[in-house]
Design a protein around this ligand. Sequence first.
Ligand code: UGY
Ligand code: MN
Length: 297
Amino acid sequence: MRSIFAILFILGLFKHAFSEEGYCSAPSGLSTDAKAKPLYWKVDTPTLSPVHLKDLPGFTRSVYKNSHALISPESHVYGPLPDWSDTTGAYLISPEMGSHFLMYLAKLKDNSRSGLPLPGVERFIFVLQGTVTVTNATGVSQLLKVDSYAYFPPNFEHSIESDALGTIVVFERRYSPLANHIPEPLVGSTDKHPLLETPGEIFELRKLIPTTLAYDFNIHIMDFQPGEFLNVKEVHYNQHGLLLLEGQGIYRLGDSWYPVQAGDVIWMAPFIPQWYAALGKTRTRYLIYKDANRSPL
Ligand code: UGY
Ligand code: MN
């Protein structure tokens, strides 16, 4: 009796392996298995339909050109970050592309601890997931939750730690000094910032860094409702590093039009024509680095 069950079980396993993995010969019209997939079934159920694109081997929406790059999540490559402990990071925008700034994602866990930026380099962090603790040289600590950020002026001693899981996006650049203007460290959160005027535009704008001359860049948080778009087809000397936090839409970069969604990162070189339209059913929110307050000369 036992051996009959064993045989039936083994037969069942074979049947499963063959039909799941498609090792068996193509099903004939005489197949009695109602679940068998007909020959050429993929023509009608194409891998290329949007929901399946991520499963297509070798497929990525990432693009790298002289004037811009789109780096979508399936292309992010994580590795150790120099001088950080127990942290992995993915550099997404760096001077090798032509940018004057660095943008990377860092994943922290128990016992993670940041290294310091290079001398003369300022740092901005924004929390995407979990919580992180930032501590200054005198030992004063602050807990940052999702949507909170911190700015560290150049040569400002600090550490970033996590006792659980935390993901942050980090921007760093060599500070461009201006006589009599000294940037201060900052800590804050997006929701504490008032909406700013955006003459001629419809999107909602917050700036996370003061617009005073001490700071040589800003981080804008821009919100679009579905159907809203940039009125100005922007062309400007400033550089951008963008992270889509929520939503989806179409980004125009030069002559190319890209479907984009939350998680995507975009590098925009100076003077690249840029335009965005929000689509779908939910708001788009993106975070965007923009250099400011310094002459391009
Ligand atoms: O301020 C900006 O340059 C911003 N509106 N650019 C952008 O969203 N691509
Ligand atoms: Mn712009």
